[in-house]
Ligand binder design. Structure first.
Ligand SMILES: [Zn+2]
Length: 276
């Protein structure tokens, strides 16, 4: 696990075991807020040790930015924390999340100790503000990557924890293309000091608008090309001709995993558009 200090009191932890997934922590005089966890217990335990043993800062809140396994499997390791999520996260975690964990436990011994923890503080529309030790975390719904995705904004430091709303390529096969575009457009009107992506490197202030515009261009180019295939009456196999490069993205990030995500995007958008 890699650890990076992005401001005086804010740290980002990046998994070295799975797809550069990130977790964040805000340390305050009244305890810590943890934003997402890492999928393998061995790495989340290092976060617990860093905060609670080294910094003597108990974790008061864990935020689940969405129900996906790679962000939520570590929640139960923060034994005294309240868990916050969007209202849509709880039923998804309790159904799809639970089934996924059972599958993971059958195939991976490292997952044997993972216990599903359901969020106990839920919010719905608007902005939720969490005040702790002089810090303010604003949290709001940002659907697109998944129906329950949220983003968290550390107001004093102007750091956005974008979760999987920002990652090397937008990935929406469990979400929705139109929601994703609307969410990204809404982020363009804000200024951020740093943006912590759900996977991959922290984005610095000057790079943020270009990154968001590049993601919007990817989504629009992908849609235009899928629509063209449908209009031409070409079958689903024609999707293979729509490359990441043709949508303005590189195939290198996340050790090439982005190619798999891109293929899933193509297939789900094709299905969605053909069904209309
Ligand atoms: Zn996700």
């Amino acid at each position: 696990m890699l650890r990076e200090r992005v401001s005086n009191n804010i740290y980002v932890f990046t998994s070295e075991l799975y797809a550069q997934v990130t977790a964040g922590a805000i340390l305050t005089s009244d305890g810590a807020i943890v934003i997402d966890t890492l999928p393998f217990p061995v790495e989340t335990r290092q976060i617990v040790q860093f905060l609670e043993e080294r910094h003597k800062t108990p974790v008061r809140y864990v935020i689940n930015t969405h129900y996906h396994a790679d962000h939520t499997y570590g929640t139960s390791l923060f034994t005294h924390a309240r868990v916050i999520s969007h209202r849509a996260c709880l039923p998804l975690l309790d159904t799809k999340g639970r089934e996924g964990l059972e599958r993971a436990q059958r195939s991976s011994r490292e997952m044997a100790t993972v216990r599903l923890t359901l969020p106990d503080i839920l919010f719905d529309a608007g902005k939720m503000c969490l005040h702790l030790g002089g810090f303010t975390l604003e949290i709001w719904h940002a659907p697109g990557h998944s129906p329950d995705s949220i983003v968290c904004f550390a107001r004093e430091d102007r750091i956005l924890f974008a979760a999987d709303t920002l990652m090397p390529i937008p990935f929406f096969s469990d979400g929705n293309w139109s929601d994703y575009v609307a969410t990204l457009e809404s982020l363009l009107s804000e200024t951020f000091e740093n943006v912590v992506q759900g996977h991959g490197e922290v984005i610095l202030r000057g790079e943020v608008p270009d990154k968001i515009r590049e993601d919007l261009a990817y989504l629009r180019s992908l849609r235009a090309q899928v629509e063209e295939i449908i209009v031409q009456g070409a079958g689903v196999e024609a999707l293979a001709m729509i490359t990441l490069e043709s949508c303005g993205k590189s195939r290198i990030p996340l050790n090439g995993l982005v190619q798999q995500l891109h293929r899933s995007n193509l297939e789900s958008l094709y299905r969605e558009l053909v069904e209309i």
